[in-house]
Design a protein around this ligand. Structure first.
Ligand SMILES: Nc1nc2c(ncn2[C@@H]2O[C@H](COP(=O)(O)OP(=O)(O)OP(=O)(O)O)[C@@H](O)[C@H]2O)c(=O)[nH]1
Length: 352
């Protein structure tokens, strides 16, 4: 009697395409991610979102097609949680339902290079395929010395596709000047223009445009491989030659960039609502100019709706929404030279 075939090994999927979405604070990354999640019907997309700030605001703004498609981790993936990044990718690879594509949204202050090197220099390189690094640019506020941030500059330099977003907030000549400047920094750059990050998905997914040619040589490492990749290697010994590659890119660079750029975030949370007038005064009279990005959910006294608050490029918006659970005031402010205690006290003084 013939033996029943052995159950297939739970081998992680190989060569899963990965798209990294980068771009400075408020440039439209989460908006692009939502655009992908809402319109990519042919493929199963897994999403990794990374936030700079103690409160996960972006995850609450994502239109998650399936609950468990969104994984979160606090901190900046390019410097503090690379281990978590690698682990999270393995978890996605090991899922029983087949994920066709992984999209990672970095924080606005992240230098994408260490993240890219994590995919090129760890065992992940056997299991995944970097498809493209997409850089969002706020056409209305981006300048050559963008906030004197090396991370912002590297986001441009390492982008395979540059999306000049928010074209509604920039004149045609401003957009053209930005294009010329980017072409000078990066000859042959693929540049797209967009409003509300609405780019045709065929232009940004499954592009195969990541070549890896601009990347520094990877140092050797003695990091042990992850068990999941052992499984994969066990299936195909030809891949074993890659085991000696490093598990981590240069953390010296990564650990220092936030310090150099001087970015910090201040979080505020309360179970009480704000008084509208007091919060308005805070915005117009007290908010330091060094806060150049803020986002959160606002609850105002005697007011039922949840307000989605966004501040970027010097302008803010309040969009009416509904509370998914009990109302709660949550706000993250991002900038330079901020005084957390002072800001938190000023916000607390706005509470009803
Ligand atoms: N006017 C205008 N607003 C836009 C456009 N794209 C995005 N926005 C708005 O800009 C704000 C920031 O957009 P996000 O997608 O959250 O930006 P982000 O890059 O994810 O921001 P961080 O996570 O802080 O880095 C939101 O209020 C968006 O609705 C655009 O093309 N035009």
């Amino acid at each position: 009697m013939p033996l029943a075939p052995a159950a297939p090994l739970a081998v992680p999927k190989r060569g899963m395409p990965v798209t990294i979405i980068t771009g400075f604070l408020g440039s439209g990354k989460t908006t692009l991610l939502n655009h992908i999640l809402q319109n990519q019907h042919r493929q199963k997309v897994a999403v990794l979102v990374n936030e700079f700030g103690d409160i996960d605001i972006d995850s609450q703004l994502l239109i998650s097609v399936e609950e468990d498609m969104v994984q979160l981790s606090n901190g900046c993936i390019c410097c503090t949680i690379n281990e978590t990044l690698v682990q999270s990718v393995y978890e996605i690879l090991e899922r029983s339902d087949n994920i066709d594509h992984l999209v990672i949204e970095t924080t606005g202050v992240a230098d994408p290079l260490p993240i890219i090197l994590t995919f090129l220099g760890t065992d992940l390189r056997d299991l995944t395929r970097l498809d493209a690094v997409i850089t969002l640019v706020d056409s209305g506020s981006f300048t050559a010395d963008h906030f004197h941030s090396s991370a912002a500059m590297n986001q441009i330099l390492y982008g395979d596709i540059i999306v000049l977003n928010k074209t509604d907030l920039a004149s045609a000549s401003q957009v053209q000047a930005l294009k010329t400047w980017i072409m000078n920094q990066k000859a042959g750059a693929r540049i797209l223009e967009a409003c509300n990050s609405q780019v045709p998905l065929g232009f940004i997914l499954e592009t195969n445009c990541f070549t890896g040619r601009d990347y520094p040589a990877l140092p050797a490492s003695d990091h042990p491989p992850h068990p999941a990749s052992d499984l994969a290697h066990g299936e195909d010994p030809s891949h074993q030659e890659h085991h000696s590659h490093p598990a981590h890119p240069s953390h010296d660079h990564a650990a220092s960039h936030l310090e150099q750029d001087g970015f910090m975030s201040v979080s505020f949370e309360s179970d009480r609502p704000f008084q509208l007038e007091k919060f308005q005064d805070f915005l117009t009279e007290t908010l330091p100019v060094d806060v150049f990005r803020a986002k959160g959910f606002l609850w105002f006294q005697n007011n039922v709706p949840r307000y989605i608050f966004q501040l970027s490029g010097g302008r803010y918006t309040l969009n009416v929404d509904t509370w998914p659970k009990a109302p709660k005031t949550q706000l993250v402010l991002i900038g330079r030279n901020l005084k957390p205690g002072e800001l938190q006290a000023q916000l607390a003084a706005c509470l009803a």
